[in-house]
Design a protein around this ligand. Structure first.
Ligand code: ZN
Length: 321
């Protein structure tokens, strides 16, 4: 079963280590994506604003295009929905560029146009810091007490600048990503936007009660809007904050719960590969078909197609200009 993955940190990691997209020791390289039957991989440029600024983001984007150019017989960047269809016909994997940390526009909304022109088609508004756009749900502190991860923030949402930011994203055709955003921020996005949006890498809070996951009500609202949440494979968000191993059984539990609550049209995949430190039963991108096999007893082939790629592609088709 071909699949679309809405989030990984592979390019950021490769840029930091001067690594190769074709072959490496990470969760994702081109050999693993082919073996796993990947149709489209989102590649996030994650910028840690405590240590880096937009010059890092821009250099990492250059590295992304350098890696794609070196491997153009296997993978090609996409800028529109039609590009995805075209790449599939050519037997190539599609690569879609995203940003994780929206403040790299340096307080200037015109720079959203700059990143759009660079190929960015999805932006995760915040990471784990307040950033002038909105507030995160995972309160990051250096010597953090794990209980802080459970802090559900229903008070601090989008800033006035953040509201303008998401409106401009919609005009340009960039998908708003609410993973990492506070609950209040989620409801602000709902209030101030019209198009479908995503939680590119978030799970169900009812199954694993951490603030990084979505409440049942958020899943319903996201689904009502026509949006999708991508299953995050990180053990802290699948199993428990203190668990260091992700089982396929519990990945299936999250998917079944999200479908029970929001319906079959609001779930996709958002691995978080190369952004997670724990071990997984799936091991890496080459093992994604193990999840397909594990889901088979619970879903029809038509439903599995929706989970693995059709739901996400529906949102891409609707939002990309
Ligand atoms: Zn993330």
């Amino acid at each position: 079963m071909k699949y679309v993955d809405m989030h990984c940190d592979t390019i950021t990691s490769l840029y930091r280590s001067n690594g190769s997209l074709l072959n490496n020791d990470l969760h994702i390289d081109l050999n693993k994506l082919r073996k796993g039957e990947c149709l489209l991989q989102n590649f996030a440029i994650f910028t840690n604003i405590e240590k880096e600024d937009s010059s890092f983001t821009k250099a990492a984007i250059d590295y992304y295009y350098k890696q794609l150019e070196e491997n153009k017989d296997l993978i090609k960047p996409v800028f529109s929905y039609d590009d995805i269809i075209e790449n599939e016909k050519e037997g190539k994997i599609s690569a879609l560029l995203t940003l994780e940390e929206g403040s790299v526009i340096d307080n200037n909304l015109n720079n959203l146009g700059y990143y759009y022109d660079k190929g960015v088609r999805m932006i995760t508004l915040t990471w784990n810091y307040p950033n002038g756009i909105g507030h995160p749900n995972f309160i990051y502190e250096k010597d953090r007490d794990h209980d802080k991860l459970h802090t559900i923030n229903e008070k601090d949402g989008l800033t006035p600048f953040g509201i303008e930011y998401v409106k401009r994203m919609e005009e340009l055709g960039i998908i708003v990503d609410v993973s990492h955003l506070s609950d209040a921020g989620f409801y602000d996005v709902l209030k101030y936007t019209d198009k479908p949006f995503v939680a590119s890498h978030s799970n169900a809070r009812a199954v694993c009660p951490v603030a990084r996951n979505l409440s049942d009500e958020m899943i319903r609202k996201l689904s009502d809007r026509g949006g999708v949440t991508g299953l995050n494979y990180c053990s802290a968000f699948i199993e428990d904050l203190n668990e260091e191993y992700t089982t396929i059984e519990n990945m299936v539990r999250h998917i079944r719960h999200i479908v029970d609550v929001g319906g079959i049209d609001c779930i996709g995949l958002g691995s978080d590969f190369d952004g997670i430190g724990n071990k997984l039963e799936i091991v890496d991108a080459s093992g994604v078909q193990k999840l397909y096999v594990a889901l088979k007893p619970y879903f029809s082939e038509d439903e599995l197609e929706k989970i693995f790629y059709r739901n996400v592609l529906r949102v891409y088709k609707e939002v990309f200009n």
